[in-house]
Design a protein around this ligand. Structure first.
Ligand SMILES: Cc1cc2nc3c(=O)[nH]c(=O)nc-3n(C[C@H](O)[C@H](O)[C@H](O)COP(=O)(O)O)c2cc1C
Length: 343
């Protein structure tokens, strides 16, 4: 084993032991895309696949979990979005089954939901948007954290991955932390590991994997796009708050502006409540992603992608994506070892 390989093995160790995998590389949950096929492929190749619970009917989620168990005997996670109407039903099923890994996404998770998970043998991973909340989540008993920066695809927070990493990684040592957002190669992966991360989570690159069920038009749009094309949505009126979504600009992005302005006008006329307006916006994104990723309508659908889309050049099997990340990481570590070695 070379020096780079040994160093990577060492940097991977905590995440590897926590997840029970060969490589602590998570395939981040992507609604409609992270289903049994892609998730099992990532886990079978030594990474950690994560099923997207989204807002799917609970029966469908149960079916998807069963299918994934049929396709892999390796560990994988289930991502539940705490702000969706089906969250409680999803949680009840997962807790009853004592499913090994749950990931809570979608804002600060309800305290009682964390307590419920902690009463079972499930390991709980939560997204942390800043240092204060990271510390709070650790105190509440969360087993690991994901910090996801502004560069990521899909719904995003305001702070960049590099700043979150710089703020949180040196200050929170109690639990493993996985870094997400803007990771397109093994080079940035290694630098986050050196900063104290236990592993990384990638979405955009896996969306274009051979095993991803995304429509060929969706994959093609990502391959053609460069980093600057993946842009977050803007908010026009604080009464209609928008959780920014990073996606490739198209007619759908422009439809979203029209929808938002229409909702603001309805609020002015008191023809709608702010809650109803917020629900309409969320429906737009969930439906929009399906339209682009599954139906292949890349004109009007939502082509969610992170800035790492610039590093997506072709459709690759999951095995090659993971091998490439590991190889690039190993080379980067060899370069660093040589760089700092005594003359
Ligand atoms: C098309 C798409 C859909 C996504 N859907 C979800 C989701 O349903 N739940 C979630 O927690 N994260 C979602 N994400 C975020 C990913 O899980 C992952 O954290 C993110 O893509 C990492 O950044 P990257 O795209 O730069 O690799 C989505 C990302 C993309 C690109």
């Amino acid at each position: 084993m070379g020096n780079g390989e040994k160093a990577l093995e060492k940097l991977f160790r905590r995440g590897k032991d926590f997840l029970g995998v060969e490589y602590p590389i998570l395939g981040g949950a992507m609604s409609w895309i992270s289903e049994a096929g892609l998730v099992s492929a990532i886990s079978n190749e030594g990474g950690f696949g994560v099923l997207a619970g989204g807002n799917m009917p609970v029966e469908l989620l149960i079916e998807e979990i069963k299918k994934t168990f049929d396709l892999t005997d390796k560990p994988f996670g289930v991502n539940l979005i705490t702000i969706t109407p089906n969250f409680r039903k999803h949680l009840e099923y997962i807790l009853k089954e004592e499913f090994p890994f749950i990931i809570f996404a979608g804002g600060l998770p309800p305290r009682d939901a964390i307590t419920r998970v902690k009463q079972t043998s499930c390991k709980l991973i939560c997204f942390a948007p800043n240092l204060n909340i990271s510390k709070k989540l650790v105190k509440m008993g969360v087993d690991a954290l994901i910090i996801e920066g502004h560069e990521a695809g899909g719904h995003i927070g305001p702070v960049s991955t590099s700043v979150l990493a710089e703020e949180i990684l040196p200050a929170v040592k109690e639990v493993p932390i996985f870094v997400a957002g803007g990771i397109g190669s093994g080079i940035s992966m290694v630098h986050y590991l050196l900063m104290g991360a236990s592993g990384v989570q990638l979405g955009t690159r896996f969306a274009v994997a051979e095993e991803s069920p995304a429509h060929p038009n969706f994959k093609e749009a990502l391959i053609k796009a460069s980093s600057k094309d993946a842009v977050p949505t803007a908010q026009f009126d604080p009464r209609v708050p928008v959780i920014p979504v990073r996606a490739i600009v198209n007619e759908g992005t422009r439809d979203f502006v029209t929808l938002q302005l229409g909702l603001v006008a309805q609020l002015e006329r008191e023809a709608m409540t702010a809650k109803e307006a917020a629900e309409k916006l969320e429906e737009f994104w969930i439906g929009g992603l399906r339209k682009a990723a599954i139906e292949g309508d890349v004109e009007r659908g939502s082509i969610m992608a992170g800035q790492s889309v610039g590093m997506v050049n072709r459709v690759m099997p999951v095995k090659e994506i993971i091998e490439e990340l590991v190889e690039q990481g190993t080379k980067e570590l060899e370069r660093i070892i040589e760089l700092v070695a005594e003359e």
